[in-house]
Design a protein around this ligand. Structure first.
Ligand SMILES: Nc1ncnc2c1ncn2[C@@H]1O[C@H](COP(=O)(O)OP(=O)(O)OP(=O)(O)O)[C@@H](O)[C@H]1O
Ligand SMILES: [Mg+2]
Length: 291
């Protein structure tokens, strides 16, 4: 079974009698061990999705199952266990991820202590291992204010994966960083994903980030609309070539969203003509001259 499985996920916020449909039937499947980037315009529903997957928020409808836990039916006690052991989270605001009065090593040790994991010596060994993995051994004894933004986010990743969660969620972890530092933090996420096999979902505005991952899903208006898969091919001369392929997401009942530039290019609106060809489907404008 997939590690993250969202089917027709809906989240409606009602404030002062006004309804906002933040998620409008979102579908997403992520396999165990995958690293997926989530991109989309401001307000498209990215944080809403991550808040649901992290157990902080409850969906209005549809289904969401993460590491075998049904997020719509989980009770209070399950929720605490889910947040402590099943998922790890990294926020955009560097200051939100770490406690300011604790050193890097103490911050990483805290979730282990809260979970009552192992002996004191075992916990210290685990902290050392995580600081090593995130390449922040040199700031182990420093407090967040004495670290760079990139170092803080790498320590934050160590905190998030301290209790060996099945899923790592990061909402714009590079949002407050410059480009070079963003790449460094993304590389850290990638090496953690690689070394521990933790399924990783990272939200980003940054096209540079999404270019570094094998799979990028795009959210538009509260739905997953397109996916880009990247792979490296080696040609007959041994040269490496990066190939990116874009796919539209087709839901269970056969709906798909056409990219806005396609819609504009042919001035498609209201309805279109469809024709089934032996190996593809045609979409044409509903106009006499073009039929
Ligand atoms: N607690 C809330 N109450 C009411 N509306 C909300 C709430 N949280 C989010 N929304 C609305 O839901 C929609 C999706 O918001 P969301 O925060 O998920 O977007 P986002 O893709 O993360 O945007 P950004 O890139 O700006 O972070 C927006 O229209 C937002 O105003
Ligand atoms: Mg957001």
């Amino acid at each position: 079974m997939s590690e993250i499985l969202c089917r027709d996920l809906v989240r409606i916020f009602a404030t002062d009698g006004v309804e906002v449909q933040a998620l409008q039937g979102l579908n997403l499947t992520v396999e165990q061990g995958e690293l997926v980037a989530v991109v989309g315009a401001s307000g498209s529903g990215k944080s809403t999705l991550l808040n649901i997957l992290s157990g902080l928020d409850t969906p209005t409808g549809g289904s969401a199952v993460v590491a075998g836990t049904d997020l719509l039916t989980m009770g209070g006690r399950d929720r605490v266990r889910y947040q402590r052991h099943t998922v790890g989270f990294v926020w955009q605001q560097t200051s939100r991820n770490l406690l300011p009065y604790l050193t890097a090593a103490e911050n990483v040790g805290l979730p282990l202590e809260l979970a009552g994991a192992g002996t004191r010596g075992e916990r210290a060994a685990r902290v050392a291992e995580l600081l090593e993995l995130l390449d922040v051994v040199d700031v182990a004894e420093r407090r967040p204010a004495q670290m760079s933004g990139g170092q803080q986010q790498r320590v934050a990743i160590a905190v998030a994966v301290a209790n060996a969660p099945r899923v790592l969620l990061a909402d714009e972890p590079t949002g407050e960083l410059d480009e070079a530092t963003s790449v460094e933090v993304l590389d850290a996420l990638r090496s953690v994903n690689h070394a521990t096999g933790v399924t990783t979902l990272v939200v980003t505005h940054d096209p540079a980030v999404s270019e570094h991952v094998a799979r990028t899903v795009q959210i538009r208006d509260g739905r997953t609309s397109t996916e880009v898969l990247r792979r490296t091919e080696v040609d007959e001369h041994g040269a490496e070539r990066h190939v990116a392929e874009e796919f539209a997401v087709l839901d269970r009942v056969g709906r798909l969203q056409l990219p806005p530039d396609f819609v504009e290019a042919l001035d498609l609106r209201d309805r279109v003509r469809l024709a089934l060809e032996p190996d593809h489907v045609q979409v044409r404008p509903d106009r006499k001259e073009s039929s």
